[in-house]
Design a protein around this ligand. Structure first.
Ligand SMILES: CNc1ncnc2c1ncn2[C@@H]1O[C@H](COP(=O)(O)O)[C@@H](O)[C@H]1O
Ligand SMILES: [Zn+2]
Length: 344
C-alpha cells in the first residue's frame, strides 16, 4: 500500500474542528438542496462564497457568514452537524472532537442551539463508526456575558450528555477581545471539570500568550508565535499543541509549509504535537491530507505518524479506558500494515 492510502485508511483522531468550518463543498451543496431545493440561488452563490483560497485572518473570518446562515435553523444545524460528522467518518476519523459557538436567533436560544447539535451527534453516532465529543466555543470578539452563558449551558447539559460535552474552546478573531476579561469565566469552567482548549499564539501577541500559558490549558490551538521561553513553559506544563498546517498557510500566519512551526516543535521534541484540520471545509482539506502534507514536507516516518496519532489520543478529552481502546486500535493498524507478509 502506498503512503497516501496508508494514511487514508489509518484510524485517525481529530481534536480541532469548528463545526461551521468543517463541511466540505459537496456536503454544503447537499445541505443547500435539502434546505432550499435543487436550483436555489444559494447553491449558485455557493462556489464563490465557500472555500478560502488564501489571504489574511480577517478575510478568512468572513467565510463563516455563509455557513452561519445555513445553520440558523434547527433543520439546517442538525443536518450540517450530521454531514460534518459523516465527512470525518468517511476519512476514517474514529474519534472526533467537534467544537461550535452557541448562537441565538429568532428560531433558537443558545441552549436550543447546543441541544440541536447534541441530538444530531447522538443520532449520527448510531449510523457512523465514529465517536464524537463536543466542546462549546467562546467567541472572544463577543461579550464576557455571552461567554458566561456558554459555560453555564455546558455545565447544565453536561449532566445529561456527560459522555459528549467535554470542554470549552476559546476562539474567534484573535485580534479582537481581551483574554484577561475572560479569565473568571474560564476559571469557572475549569473548576467544574470542563477541559480547556484555547486558541493561543495564532498571531504575534507575546503579552497575551504569556497570560494564557500562565492561566493554563490542556491544549493550545495553533501555537504559531510561541517564543523558545514560552515553548519551554508549554512543555513543562504538559500542554499539547494543535498544529493546523493548511489553515495557517492559507491565513498567511505561516509563510509556507516548509517554514511551519510543526517542524521545530515536533522534531526538536519541544512539546507534544497533534495534527488537526481547524476548518476542513473552508480550507478545502481533510485530516488525511494534513497527515500526507506533514509526511511529505517534514519527511516523517511511519513511526512519526504513529507518534502523532498516539499524541492525539493522549490529549483527547475522554476517559482513560477509552484512550486505551483507541490506542489499541491504532497500534493494531500499524502492526498489521507494517508487518512483512507471511510466506504461506
Ligand atoms: C482560522 N482560525 C481560527 N481562529 C480562531 N477562531 C476560528 C478559526 N476558525 C474558526 N474559528 C471560530 O469558529 C467559528 C466557526 O465555527 P462555529 O460557528 O463555532 O461552529 C468562527 O466564526 C470562529 O469564531
Ligand atoms: Zn481553530
Amino acid at each position: 500500500m502506498d503512503t497516501t492510502n496508508f494514511i487514508r485508511m489509518m484510524p485517525k483522531i481529530e481534536l480541532h474542528a469548528h463545526l461551521n468550518g468543517s463541511l466540505c463543498t459537496k456536503s454544503i451543496e447537499e445541505l443547500c438542496e435539502e434546505l432550499y431545493g435543487v436550483n436555489s440561488n444559494e447553491k449558485v452563490l455557493l462556489s464563490k462564497e465557500l472555500v478560502f483560497d488564501g489571504g489574511n485572518l480577517d478575510q478568512c473570518f468572513l467565510k463563516f457568514r455563509f455557513m452561519h446562515e445555513l445553520t440558523a435553523t434547527k433543520k439546517g444545524l442538525q443536518l450540517a452537524t450530521e454531514l460534518a460528522i459523516r465527512d470525518f467518518a468517511k476519512d476514517n476519523v474514529i474519534y472526533l472532537e467537534l467544537r461550535t459557538t452557541p448562537k441565538k436567533n429568532s428560531e433558537m436560544s443558545k441552549e436550543e442551539y447546543v441541544k440541536n447539535v447534541l441530538e444530531a451527534i447522538e443520532r449520527t453516532m448510531k449510523i457512523e463508526s465514529i465517536h464524537v465529543s463536543l466542546l462549546l466555543s467562546i467567541d472572544r470578539s463577543k461579550s464576557v456575558a455571552e461567554a458566561e452563558e456558554t459555560v453555564n449551558i455546558a455545565l447544565q447539559l453536561k449532566n445529561t450528555y456527560k459522555d459528549i460535552i467535554s470542554g470549552i474552546d476559546f476562539s474567534g478573531n484573535p485580534k479582537l477581545g481581551n483574554f484577561m476579561h475572560f479569565i473568571p469565566v474560564l476559571e469557572k469552567a475549569r473548576k467544574n471539570d470542563l477541559k480547556l482548549a484555547l486558541h493561543c499564539a495564532e498571531i504575534h501577541n507575546p503579552a497575551e500568550i504569556d497570560q494564557m500559558i500562565k492561566f493554563g490549558m490542556e491544549r493550545c490551538g495553533h501555537g504559531t508565535f510561541l517564543s523558545e521561553l514560552q515553548l519551554n513553559e508549554i512543555y513543562r506544563r504538559n500542554i499539547a499543541i494543535e498544529c493546523c498546517l493548511t489553515s495557517n498557510v492559507k491565513c498567511s500566519t505561516v509563510k509556507c509549509y516548509d517554514d511551519h512551526h510543526f517542524k521545530h516543535i515536533f522534531n526538536d521534541k519541544k512539546a507534544p504535537v497533534i495534527l488537526c484540520t481547524d476548518d476542513c471545509g473552508v480550507f478545502d482539506t481533510t485530516l488525511s491530507n494534513e497527515f500526507v502534507l506533514a509526511k511529505n514536507t517534514f519527511n516523517l516516518t511511519k513511526n512519526d505518524l504513529l507518534q502523532l496519532s498516539l499524541n492525539a489520543v493522549e490529549f483527547a478529552f475522554v476517559h482513560e479506558h477509552f484512550k486505551h481502546d483507541l490506542k489499541q486500535r491504532i497500534r493494531h493498524y500499524f502492526k498489521i500494515q507494517t508487518e512483512p507478509e507471511s510466506k504461506n
